[in-house]
Design a protein around this ligand. Structure first.
Ligand code: GTP
Ligand code: MG
Length: 257
């Protein structure tokens, strides 16, 4: 009989994204299982908490079990790893991506009102580009023929309670376009710095630094499917007058458990 080994470490989800997006707010909401998040201030170090999927969500691996079954209850547990979003503190986040053995998924939080403006959009896109590129490299560098375990990405479009927030489908379009631009300027930067001058090896290097398949055309999140990373965008709000709404994100987490 095939038996799943009892995991010794809980599946963990990395919270990434620019400063001020709402990562720590989401963490406190999930931890307290409350209707409101605790007040936060900018994070300077990573923070891991153990969380429990709320009763109204079913972990994907436990669909055929009933609540109360020990295996069902075990499957509801996961870790949330909060990271500082400030540009100078990103090493905490990128460090987590070097050897993501227990990383079950990445929640990339963006402020949907801030990405409605160019500066906010560019900051989010640069960070997202680098995260996706490191996932792509992990996949293409893998020695096994099966490829490494997939690490899906949820782009959590937060702060939908603000009237200036872009709706999630527009957040997706705006980010894809901005990531395309980042990709182009990074490639140009490589060329200008002389890294990619002459020689065939350099051509290969250039290819390694190019995010997504699909050649020179626009970047789309679905190009990441080919390198073992699905990217979806879902809206929500951690705060707001009518209370928090993070159902879409918890549903996505449940699908990965
Ligand atoms: P760093 O720690 O700097 O990386 O930022 P962070 O992503 O952890 O942001 P944080 O959770 O501290 O939230 C930043 C600010 O946004 C706080 O003042 C939150 O109260 C506010 N905020 C978070 N989520 C929401 C939301 O859904 N709606 C509104 N209106 N404000 C939010
Ligand atoms: Mg924080």
């Amino acid at each position: 009989v095939y038996k799943r080994a009892t995991p010794t470490t809980l599946p963990s989800f990395l919270l990434l994204g620019p400063s001020g997006a709402g990562k720590t707010a989401f963490l406190t909401l999930t931890e307290r299982r409350a209707v409101a998040a605790a007040p936060t201030h900018t994070s300077t170090s990573p923070l891991t908490i153990q969380a429990l999927l709320p009763d109204s969500f079913t972990p994907e691996s436990a669909h055929f079990r009933s609540p109360g079954d020990p295996a069902y209850e075990r499957a509801r547990r996961f870790l949330l790893v909060d990271t500082p979003g400030h540009g100078k503190l990103r090493h905490f986040a990128t460090g987590q991506l070097v050897n993501p053995t227990h990383v079950c998924g990445i929640v990339f939080v963006v402020d949907a009102a801030s990405v409605a403006e160019e500066a906010g959009l560019n900051e989010a896109a640069e960070y997202l580009h680098d995260v996706l590129l490191s996932l792509q490299k992990r996949y293409t560098n893998a020695k096994t023929s099966k490829g490494p375990r997939e690490i899906p990405v949820l782009v959590a479009a937060n702060k939908l309670d603000l009237f200036t927030a872009l709706p999630p489908h527009l957040v997706k379009i705006a980010l894809e376009k901005a990531v395309s631009d980042v990709r182009k300027s990074r490639a140009k930067g490589l060329k200008d710095s002389g890294v990619a001058m002459g020689g065939e090896d350099d051509g290969v290097d250039e290819e390694r630094e190019w995010l997504g398949g699909g050649g020179e055309g626009p970047f789309e999140f679905r190009q990441m499917d080919e390198v073992g990373t699905s990217v979806v965008v879902k809206g929500g709000n951690v705060l707001g007058g009518d209370g928090a709404d993070v159902r879409g994100w918890l549903e996505w987490i449940a699908e990965q458990l």
